[in-house]
Design a protein. Sequence first.
Length: 193
Amino acid sequence: MAQDSVDVTQLLIKWRSGDTEAFETLMPLVYQELRQLAHHHLRGERQGHTFHTTDLVHEAYLNLAKKEGTEWKNRTHFFAVAAHAMRSILIDYARRRNRQKRGNGQINLNLDDVQLCDENKLEDLITLDQAMHLLAEIDSRLCRIVECRYFAGLTIEETAEALGISPATVKRDWNVAKAWLHRAISEQKITGS
């Protein structure tokens, strides 16, 4: 295990135990990776977009700062939680923008291709979020795998580590989750819900 990973894990354990200084020490160590994660979420945004990488990192930082006492397992678990926080922030942003815009066009969403904060794809993000909520009700592990793989950009191995399951299970469940989401999203388009 890399020294950086060990340091992050040790700081997470101290933070969980109530050491607020550990969080302040932790953030500079993970800041660049949080920026990369945020950039991954915001890839493909249009020029002049109002939500930038730094904004997303800072919003996620504020969200994570409220999680004192969380049972942090390790560095990978931290980034999985950060990815979930970023997803929530982007969904809230998309809903606010959508309320302002109220577009009624057809949604053509492909989980592999969706650009999370493209102004023209806000409805796609909301549709994906609705499908993710349905998936979580049916199988929360599948939902967590999608969050890790798609939203956090974690590898199969990192996702397996974060969730405490085998890489083979992640691979299989990732394919199941993508197929399920594709079907659920297609049905939402047909029913208009």
